[in-house]
Write a new protein. Structure first.
Length: 457
């Protein structure tokens, strides 16, 4: 494994009091300012753009089920400024990030090391260039044009969020939602592991919520993080949608806009139709995917019936609102700090052939870069990973982290593909055959590097 040093915006002195206790004297807490914004990135109905995420869909999307968005939250302590962005697309391709991040930095003044740019991994959203990394094919002119458009909108949404900076306070809490399940199932009849439902497999149910309000308590933004593929809709679907991620953000935003009514018993009386756009008023609910490389929705639809999308989005949205409304301890001061590094692991590729099958042969291939980011807001730490790590990578990081409040954002700052745990390589599932990594490097490389970054900033 090779580690490349990335960017660092400040330094602080650390004193170790206990195995898990770190105190930082070089990052004094300062009055916090926060701004947020969202922009509709739905293409025209006749755009003829292919949908991302499944092989074998020969045509572009046929209709628009719900509008998709790019959202941004900008944080500033008066000295350092950071931005968190998520768009309702499959991911953040490395080639796109390498152009987009420096451009955002140039046009907004936010350092590249303080940018966390992610995709929500929706499989019902348009494809953009370079999404499949080394496996990408030449994009169509329509895809190139749409990619430029969403890049422009990403720059603009960060600019707007920064322009909206205002004194703010924040709180963090977690809940639990049972809308995901481990998807690596063993099929004894065929003798192989593949995509299915494994209720005994590792699965993290944590719904992490960061709530930011103005000084009067009016919500400005929520960051929602949950480990699940946004793939309620399967490959038969040809309707454009933000899937589970979009449904969750839409629900939360409509709730705080007063468009979803509640009774004292927390009964939910009204919900807008999903095709209705979210207007520009009210807080921004930015959804991010956690460590979901081996996690699917607990139930999935076939065809174009979106009832399960709306149902699971409502469940996740309700819990996110409940958690947010229960946050009573907030802070008006925090130090903002970001840093990034790249680790490089040996790569491999699978011999061509149908999948699944009983045996696989892998060949050496190009090394795989994995970009890591640590973004601190006081004692809350967001870590970003440029790929799809399995849930146990996050769990092991959480166990070893010196910070209790920890969020892992995936599909962030690049696209490194599936990142299995080392022990998972022995159970050759879809994710193992699709990963470009050799075992024995990525898991410990990610854990050790992130822990070092948390403790050295």
């Amino acid at each position: 494994m090779r580690i490349s040093w990335g960017f660092h915006s400040s330094a602080c002195v650390l004193v170790l009091f206990a195995a898990r206790a770190l105190v930082c004297f070089g990052a004094p807490q300062k009055p916090l300012q926060v701004g947020a914004a969202r922009i509709d990135i739905t293409p025209a109905a006749n755009a003829a753009l292919p949908l991302a995420g499944y092989e074998g869909r020969p045509t572009g999307f046929q209709r628009i089920h719900d509008h998709i968005y790019v959202r941004a939250i900008v944080l500033s302590d008066g000295t350092n400024t950071a931005a968190i962005l998520a768009w309702e697309l499959l991911g953040m391709p490395t080639n796109v990030w390498e152009e987009l991040a420096p451009r955002i930095s140039r046009e907004t003044g936010i350092p590249v090391e303080n940018l966390l740019l992610a995709g929500v991994h929706a499989h019902s959203a348009p494809l953009i260039t370079g999404m499949y990394g080394r496996h990408s094919t030449s994009p169509s002119p329509q895809t190139v044009a749409y990619t430029k458009r969403v890049e422009d909108d990403a720059v603009e949404v960060v600019r707007r969020a920064k322009a909206n900076l205002q004194p703010a306070q924040f709180g963090f809490a977690t809940g639990k939602v049972y809308v995901n399940i481990n998807r690596r199932e063993f099929f004894p009849k065929n003798g192989w592991w593949w995509l299915g439902y494994n209720p005994e497999g590792p699965s993290d149910k944590t719904d992490a919520v960061l709530k930011v309000t103005d000084l009067s308590g009016r919500p400005i933004a929520l960051l929602i993080n949950y480990p699940v593929h946004a793939v309620v809709m399967g490959p038969e679907n040809l309707a454009l949608s933000g899937d589970l991620a979009g449904a969750t953000s839409r629900y939360v935003e409509q709730y705080y806009q007063g468009k979803i009514l509640t009774s004292k018993a927390m009964g939910w009386d009204l919900q807008l139709r999903p095709e209705e756009k979210v207007d520009g008023e009210g807080p921004v609910a930015l959804w991010t995917s956690g460590a979901a490389g081996d996690q699917d929705p607990v139930s999935m639809d076939r065809g174009e019936d979106f009832s399960m999308v709306e149902g699971l989005g409502r469940i996740l949205g309700e819990e996110s609102v409940r958690v947010a409304n229960g946050i009573t301890v907030t802070s008006r001061q925090a130090a903002v700090h970001g840093s990034q590094r790249v680790i490089t692991c040996p790569g491999r590729k699978l011999e061509p052939g149908e999948r699944p099958r009983l045996s696989y042969v892998f060949e050496d291939s190009d090394p795989v870069d994995i970009r890591l980011i640590v973004l601190k807001l006081g004692q809350l730490v967001l870590v970003g990973v440029s790929g799809e790590p399995f849930t146990n990578i996050y769990r092991r990081l959480k166990q070893r982290s010196p910070f209790n409040d920890l969020i892992m954002v995936t599909h962030a700052n690049g696209s490194s593909g599936y990142i299995p745990t080392d022990d998972a390589f022995d159970q050759v599932s879809y994710e193992i055959t699709a990963s470009d990594l050799k075992p024995g490097c990525a898991e410990n490389g990610i854990l050790n590097t992130l822990l070092e970054m948390m403790g050295s900033e």
